[in-house]
Ligand binder design. Structure first.
Ligand SMILES: C[S@@+](CC[C@H](N)C(=O)[O-])C[C@H]1O[C@@H](n2cnc3c(N)ncnc32)[C@H](O)[C@@H]1O
Length: 294
């Protein structure tokens, strides 16, 4: 994936009144709730209207959309998703914030189903499987600490048609890394085999309260028509191989018992790869061919 479409999104000056879209309003609301932002839960709340609008615009939502949100927090993005007419399934782990959402957002919004749970247990909230299979989108300002295990869980399917995600820049870099780079790994292969990157925007720390100490990126990913979905045992095998990424792929393949692995490796050599090739030097397209050898 190219990084040439990395754009900056500026924070906005004016803020709609219905949402806590300023650091002051957010501080006041947190004070009313007697709640201090929890660092471990990545509680950096969006306080910028431009970023909220940009997220909704990128998601292209309408009344027919089924959306999953991870970590609705104070409900800023949640309200904007609902204003599009979409139906929303959300999962929030923090009990104070879940109670706030239940009393302030859920009652007026029959299109919102909120569960208080860990997104690693409910990676696509509790969206019914018929709805998920019929097509859904994910829009979320993610808790950064769990974004990669959560993404791994999402990629086990059913796959969303589109994801508009606020992520720590380092995580986004890994997801869209090209082969041969130090950040290219198993998650890059799984994600890029199923999704194309539509756009990537750098987001200023000032767009959050409290301002995070890491850089943030708003990423839109669209499901490919030819999406490759790796079965669990192959994903685990690739993950094991990448724990020894500097070793030669040929010797790593010999240690694995996945059917078809040695045939796939022979196919790579026939295509012109060196027998001494390392896992990180294989393109995600060639990794995704592995499923044809099962
Ligand atoms: C970056 S904040 C986003 C809050 C809100 N969506 C916004 O944009 O202002 C991350 C949210 O995820 C919640 N969270 C953290 N870890 C979680 C987990 N494992 N499962 C579900 N929610 C989690 C936090 O409590 C917080 O509300």
């Amino acid at each position: 994936m190219k990084h040439s479409d990395l754009l900056n999104v500026q924070c906005s000056a004016s803020e709609p009144s219905a949402m806590p879209l300023s650091p002051t309003a957010t501080r006041e609301l947190l004070h009313q709730l007697e709640h201090l932002p929890n660092k471990k839960l990545g509680q950096n709340f969006l306080v910028d209207g431009n970023i909220v609008r940009k997220s909704i615009e990128l998601a292209e939502l309408d009344v027919n959309s089924a959306v999953v949100e991870i970590g609705p927090g104070l409900g800023t993005l949640t309200r904007a998703i609902l204003a599009s007419g979409a139906s929303l399934w959300a999962v929030e782990r923090d009990s104070t914030l879940a109670a706030h959402l239940r009393s302030n957002v859920v009652p007026g919004q029959p299109r919102l189903q909120l569960i208080e749970a860990d997104c690693l247990d409910y990676p696509i909230a509790a969206i019914p499987s018929e709805q998920a299979n019929a097509g859904y989108k994910i829009v979320a300002n993610l808790p950064y600490a769990v974004s990669t295990p959560w993404m791994d869980a999402v990629l086990s399917g059913p796959l969303p048609q589109r994801m508009v995600l606020m992520l720590q820049k380092e995580a986004a870099d890994r997801y869209v890394a090209s082969h041969g780079s130090k950040t290219f790994g198993a998650i890059s292969i799984f994600l890029q085999s199923a999704y194309s990157m539509h756009s990537r925007h750098l987001v200023s720390a000032q767009c959050f309260h409290p301002a995070p100490k890491v850089d943030s990126v708003l990423l839109r990913l669209d499901l490919k028509e030819t999406a490759v979905h790796f079965p669990r045992e192959i994903r685990e095998c690739i993950r094991r191989i990448f724990t020894q990424r500097r070793k030669q792929l040929g010797s790593l393949c010999k240690k694995e018992s996945i059917p078809g692995l040695s045939d796939w490796f022979a196919h790579l050599i026939a295509k012109g790869y060196s027998p001494n090739i390392r896992p990180e030097a294989i393109t995600y397209q060639d990794w995704s061919e592995l499923i044809k050898f099962q």
